[in-house]
Design a protein around this ligand. Structure first.
Ligand code: CP
Length: 304
């Protein structure tokens, strides 16, 4: 039995197979409509979510399975003090696979260690969000035909943004990726990640101004300032609108640069960009369903 806790749990070859499967699902949806007949997915979300929870649920329904779960810790027995370890033992009696989001870093890993069904980390605190990374990589591969030889800008809250942390881990394995981290001083990418890049001799730059690097980017991965991870409101208010991607900045970019964003967006991308053909963030959401369908099939070892 396998779980998915982090973006490196699959080898690069396994990821290729997963993306091939997601690609086949995209083009032959009907073929998979009964692949999970009789199977149940539990979504245990101790933190708010729109995309991740609903795309998991949509993925399982597309596969013919069904869904149980909770979307708020307050409506589960966690509010009475039940531990994650006990909860997953209980969920293991009800479902075949579980996607868990939790504000505490490592909570899905604790669950996996006590579980008799596959557990998927659907986001743990400011740590990792591996299925968002699968979504991001599939989007890049589908829209560009490869995952290599790119200059990738990651912009915004690089300190608390778990999607950024997972994506950096994953992209490190692909050839000729040049990272440019764009953030205010207070929201810089954690040292453990830049240390890993140095160890692996992977080039990166850290800059504050978005405008100066726009012309060199193949991708721009925008992120929201993570209000829920700040210790005080004053810092959040000061930093929340530090970057706003608007038309004048897009005018500086390559004609085939793509803008990605894990969403939700607050103010960091102006809505005037949404109709720009380079804005890929809503397509990205759709790829999230295909890749989660592929992931469920892979972890349940179902072949179609
Ligand atoms: N990208 C993402 O994790 O979105 P949600 O918080 O809505 O699930």
């Amino acid at each position: 039995m396998r779980h998915l806790m982090g973006p490196l749990d699959f080898t690069a070859e396994e990821l290729d197979k997963l993306f091939d499967l997601a690609n086949d699902i995209e083009h032959n949806m009907a073929k998979y409509a009964h692949a999970c007949d009789g199977k149940k997915l539990a979504t245990c979300f101790y933190e708010p979510s729109t995309r991740t929870r609903l795309s998991f649920e949509s993925a399982m329904l597309n596969l013919g399975g069904s869904v149980i779960g909770f979307s708020d810790a307050g409506s589960s027995s966690a509010s009475k003090g039940e531990s994650v370890s006990d909860t997953i033992r209980v969920i293991s009696c009800f479902a075949d696979i579980c996607a868990m989001r939790h504000p505490k870093e490592g909570a899905p890993m604790v669950a996996a260690s006590k579980s008799s069904i596959p557990v998927i980390n659907a986001g743990d605190g400011g740590h990792q969000h591996p299925t968002q990374t699968l979504t991001d990589l599939l989007t890049i591969r589908s829209l560009k035909g490869k995952i290599e030889n790119f200059t990738v800008g990651l912009c915004g809250d690089l300190k608390f943004g778990r999607t950024v942390h997972s994506l950096i881990h994953a992209l490190m394995r692909y050839p000729d990726i040049h990272f440019i981290f764009i953030s205010p001083e207070e929201l810089k990418v954690p040292d453990y990640l830049t240390d890993m890049l140095k160890e692996k001799n992977i080039p990166y730059e850290e800059v504050i101004r978005l405008e100066e690097i726009m012309p060199s980017l193949d991708f721009l991965y925008m992120t929201r300032v993570q209000k829920e991870r700040f210790f005080n409101e004053e810092d959040y208010v000061r930093l929340k609108d530090f970057y706003i991607l608007d038309k004048p900045k897009m005018d500086l970019a390559k004609s085939d640069m793509l803008v990605l964003h894990p969403l939700p967006r607050v103010n960091e991308i102006s809505v005037e960009i949404d109709d720009d053909p380079r804005a890929a963030y809503f397509k990205q959401v759709q790829y999230g369903v295909y890749v989660r369908m592929a992931l469920i099939l892979t972890l349940l070892e179902i072949q179609v």
